[in-house]
Design a protein around this ligand. Sequence first.
Ligand code: SAM
Length: 272
Amino acid sequence: MANTLFLVPSPIGNLSEVSPRIKETLSSVSFIACEDTRNTQKLLSLIGIKKSCVSCHEHNEKNESEKIIARVLNGEDCAYMSDAGFPCISDPGFLLVKECIKNNIKVVPLSGPNAALLALVGSGLDTDHFLFYGFLDSKTNKKEAEIAGFLNFPYTIILYEAPHRINETIASLYKVLGDRKIVIVRELTKMYEEFIRSSLKELAENPREYKGELVLVLEGNKTLNEDNKIDNEILQKAKELEKLGYSKKDASAILATLFKLNKNQIYKELIK
Ligand code: SAM
């Protein structure tokens, strides 16, 4: 009978984020597959677990996935770990998960640290809807073409970036999108964790050195919402929703999503 693939997040800085459930899972599985056996073995020895590891990273994921799946189908349980945070999030693991599902192997993700979500919730920017984009292309022309795709996106955007590229990326973001709020989040869960709350203009005009691991949390296109006036048609639709039993708040939220408007603006018009 097929066993289970556990997706196990690794700490992104703070070792205390290895939960009791993570420890139990790592202790109980038959083997661990991981992005880098040296890094995972280091972590295992810090948390007092002795277990064999096989390597499965972006360059051998296809072949290694087949071997891992054969072992799991043969009755073993496997935990997969990347070097930091969640497997599959700007990290290997997706191919393995896809193949496990194809082979009817149960996939169990464990909770734990992820840089994108920690950065988002601490940023103070809208959390109602958001896009996690991960890394932009490193070549400027491709990067700017990707950024142009955000022009009409009204919600918060989360990007990963390396410290040696961040000033260049901020310059590209400002060039293509104009001014917007941005929060640079450094060294999450570590001693020098920092949230730099600023604007693209301010940061583009004052490049500086950013050390450590970084997440960029960028405001969505707010002018899109402001420019779209709340016209009578929208108010009429809101009233119809109210007649159907929706509260003003819910009607505003529904119409905001459908017509890409600002829900607070609709609500303000409704209570006028
Ligand atoms: N799988 C990871 C996750 O779930 O967040 C992401 C791995 S990706 C290869 C590495 C990138 O994540 C870094 O370049 C940085 O953008 C972000 N990151 C990882 N650890 C971080 C930390 N402690 N503080 C801020 N950003 C971090």
